[in-house]
Design a binder for this molecule. Structure first.
Ligand code: ZN
Ligand code: ZN
Length: 125
């Protein structure tokens, strides 16, 4: 999947612990992952998220994941979904995880992650 569309490597300012976008959940109350402004890098617009494979947009926020191809951006919602499980898991574990083997509940990976974020964190930030 990756690399077939001439994707560019992340911003040269990338370093371990780097994050991008506006700090979350609020500028005055930050998650540990985005506490350090020295590690904030330019939003890698156009690169694909390592989890959902959708392209990063200007308003997105997130961190990076080291893959075999180098550091790939990951939406904050997608990192969260990896820890929490997909939206299908939260709606009906027996049905989506058990019966249908689709913890994302029939949504795209990105949509599932956004819904899990909204469910636990809210939509305000
Ligand atoms: Zn993503
Ligand atoms: Zn489940």
């Amino acid at each position: 999947m990756a690399g077939i569309e001439g994707e560019k490597p992340p911003a040269p300012s990338w370093r371990p612990g780097a994050w991008f976008g506006e700090p979350w959940p609020r500028p005055d109350y930050r998650a540990p992952v985005c506490e350090d402004d020295a590690l904030r890098v330019e939003t890698p617009v156009g690169l694909r998220c390592a989890w959902c494979r959708e392209r990063i947009e200007k308003s997105d926020r997130g961190t990076f994941l080291l893959t075999f191809e180098g550091p790939d951006p990951v939406h904050r919602e997608c990192s969260f979904r990896q820890v929490m499980g997909g939206i299908g898991h939260h709606e009906d574990h027996a049905l989506w995880c058990g019966e249908r083997k689709d913890p994302d509940g029939g949504r795209t990976a990105r949509q599932s992650a956004l819904e899990v974020w909204a469910l636990h964190i809210g939509t305000g930030s």
